[in-house]
Design a protein around this ligand. Sequence first.
Ligand SMILES: N[C@@H](CCC(=O)N[C@@H](CS)C(=O)NCC(=O)O)C(=O)O
Length: 294
Amino acid sequence: MSFNIIKEISVCKGKLYKLTHESTAVKGTMSLNLYVPSTASKGKIPTIYYLSGLTCTPDNCTEKGFIQFQADKFGFAVVYPDTSPRNVTWPEKANVDTNNWALGEGAGFYLNSDKFENFKMFDYICKELPESLSESEFGKTIDFTERKSVMGHSMGGMGALAFYLKGITNEISPYVSCSAFAPVANPTDCPWGVDAFNFYFKDGVKAGESLDPTLIIKSDAFKGKKLDILVTTGNSDPFFKSQLRTEKFIRAVEDNNIEGVSVNIEDGFDHSYFFVSTFVPQHCAFHAQKLGLI
Ligand SMILES: N[C@@H](CCC(=O)N[C@@H](CS)C(=O)NCC(=O)O)C(=O)O
């Protein structure tokens, strides 16, 4: 599948490509950004997928996350997908409130909806996008499908954790490592997640359980497992108490005797890209080590 290069921009020592392509999964045109580092690595360059949070486009983290410096330093590519399909035609009887920024466009929740045919972000991010990139010109030098890790913020942190865990149980192609900034860690138990699952699934929250990182990690399949996960959340995040449920995730990890999961609660940090960009170097070094780059 081919990608249109809308812009090629010099950033740090590499190139940023603003791309669009036709997606079969979401039945429409999708935008994404791809950063190709200035690396002369042996073999293909590994990839980190960055999954953004509510209201974001591919540009928020590209412009405010400062991952590109780290990508040059360690030698990985970065894919910044969009957070939902765009220009969606909603079924009239669905009565969708398009002013609600936590549902619909910009709020795809990385799931496959069984109510809205365009909202298949799970299939798009886990399958179609890596495969399409791999078949493109970029796939000649970059490994989008195997030597790959995932990182995300807020709703995207939920997606990153859920995808990584589903890779461990071989439901999807595995990721080497996972990190999350202020993830929505227990979405079946917070307003954003409950509203989203009720909106996207016929069976509502029940159907959302299979995407809930806290519920997945406390299942028997993960008992005593050794994982590669890094989570950072700020305790001045306005969503810390109401939405993120970091403490429930920590308890699930401890109760199930899981190793290799670090959860750091950082004093004074909020939910913004000032927070994300502060911890980007630490998260990138973590992934670089797991990807065998250092
Ligand atoms: N728009 C919401 C906030 C939504 C929000 O904080 N989104 C986060 C992800 S959950 C984000 O990354 N926003 C875009 C940005 O900061 O650039 C509000 O008015 O409170």
